[in-house]
Design a protein around this ligand. Structure first.
Ligand code: 13P
Length: 250
């Protein structure tokens, strides 16, 4: 069985005043039985502060991107080693917003995943089809290609998490049906085992895209869904706590 993970992606949101959400989150999840792993990925500016604030709470912190190189002349970029130095244990890679805003392709995402492993971070590698690709019946082809290109050899449950985030479900309030999520997650499990061996069956598979308190239980009940990568509903503890609770109960 893969471990369960409730991960929050704050994207380009959050100022120092918002760190108080971590206190509320920590207090509320302390009582949750069989608590899953809980991770928040704030913007780089808050990472060390959030790491300090979360000390002793069991809440992990992660980055939202990293550069493939460990250091050098790359203005504005952040190395995986810097994330680790700031207290991160995870890093989100290949999010569709990075793929579209910064033209990241599968080969670059794979290079970033190797960098994450080099710095002993867990790589959360994102894949997902566009609406046009789904409408054209190409969802599994796209996911298969992204997995093959973005997940390097050496992926294991200890160093890799995969997030399935349909591009059209992100920030839209729309989600695939549970049957559609089940189909993609079963396919990802099968492809990961085929490419990386039997141990890859325990790589956690997260669903992301408009996960909310109201739909979390239904989504987490889907076979092969080991947790969620949550955007908007991770920004406030009041929304994220019931999502963590739904995962614990799943
Ligand atoms: P929303 O939960 O806001 O749809 O965002 C999902 C996402 O992109 C998480 O990485």
């Amino acid at each position: 069985m893969a471990r369960k993970i409730a991960a929050g992606n704050w994207k380009m949101n959050g100022l120092k005043a918002d760190l108080a959400e971590i206190d509320s989150l920590a207090a509320a999840i302390a009582d949750i039985e069989s608590r899953p792993e809980v991770l928040i990925c704030p913007p780089f500016t808050l990472l060390p502060l959030m790491h300090e604030r979360a000390a002793g709470t069991g809440i992990a912190v992660g980055g939202q991107d990293c550069h493939p190189e460990p250091s050098g002349a790359h203005t504005g970029d952040i190395a995986a080693e810097m994330l680790a130095d700031a207290g991160a244990s995870h890093v989100i890679l290949g999010h569709s917003e990075r793929r579209s805003d910064h033209a990241e392709d599968d080969a670059l995402v794979a290079a970033k995943a190797r960098a994450a492993w080099r710095a002993e971070l867990v790589a959360i590698i994102c894949v997902g089809e566009s609406e046009a690709e789904r409408d054209a019946g190409r969802t599994l082809e796209v996911i298969g290609r992204q997995l093959a290109g973005s997940v390097p050899q050496g992926a294991r449950p200890e160093n890799t998490v995969i997030a399935y985030e349909p591009v059209w479900a992100i920030g839209t309030g729309r989600t695939p049906t549970t049957a559609e999520i089940a189909e993609v997650h079963a396919f990802m499990r099968e492809r990961l085992v085929a490419a990386h061996g039997a141990a890859a069956a325990d790589i956690p598979l997260l669903y992301g895209g408009s996960v909310k308190p109201g739909n979390a239980a239904e989504i987490f009940a889907v076979a092969d869904v080991d947790g969620g990568l949550v955007g908007g509903a991770s920004l406030r503890a009041a929304d994220f706590v019931p999502i963590v609770a739904a995962l614990a109960a799943s």
